[in-house]
Design a protein around this ligand. Structure first.
Ligand SMILES: [Cu+2]
Length: 193
């Protein structure tokens, strides 16, 4: 009984292997059918044969002389290489995600009548977000020279991207008339070279 299932398993396993090999060969043929023929190939070599031999790093004659077992082994090696390449691509994606994670978020509060901290210093090119929370009153956080102007209401937080592509000192002011201390609500964003 056990032997019976084992036989079925091996027969399925073999069929699967053949199927995968056929699929991968077809895909490779389709993907590479436009590459021009190299000089060392025999006259009657098809572009597909040339490409296949090229990818395997062997000559067309060697490709033709391969036994099905040898061919299968080489196909598996190539598939493993493709897997490695895809894994490397994944690693590239992870690094990109890390880059996104590296955004610095600076917390700022707005109250009657001050922004705190009033002065913010960042590096040119640094990825920065300002997270501005209203504590009291109804204000606006504006950096006219950086194109920033957002309303900040008590009890709410607003997040803005800080453009850091140019160095300099950029004046911050409140953009909503908020009472007697309105004109005192100033600050500075310093972007260092
Ligand atoms: Cu104001």
């Amino acid at each position: 009984m056990v032997a019976y299932y084992r036989d079925i398993f091996f027969s399925l396993h073999l069929k699967m292997k053949r199927f995968l090999a056929t699929v991968s060969i077809s895909l490779l043929f389709a993907a590479c059918s436009t590459v021009p023929q190299s000089e060392s190939s025999p006259e009657d070599a098809t572009p597909q044969e040339v490409n296949m031999a090229d990818m395997m790093g062997i000559s067309v004659e060697e490709l033709r002389n391969q036994t099905p077992e040898e061919h299968m082994e080489m196909m598996q090696k190539m598939m493993m290489k493709a897997d490695d390449a895809m894994e490397n691509e994944d690693m590239g994606m992870d690094m990109m995600e890390e880059d996104v994670m590296a955004t610095r978020v600076i917390e700022i509060t707005a109250e009657d009548w001050a922004f705190a901290p009033a002065t913010i210093t960042v590096k040119k090119g640094e990825k920065v977000q300002l997270s501005i929370t209203g504590v009291t009153g109804d204000h606006g956080y504006a950096v006219p020279d950086l194109g920033i102007n957002v309303g900040v209401i008590a009890g709410e937080t607003v997040v803005v991207d800080l453009p850091t592509d140019k160095a300099g000192e950029f004046a911050v002011r409140c953009s909503v008339p908020c009472g007697s201390g309105h004109k005192d609500m100033t600050g500075m964003i310093i972007i260092e070279e």
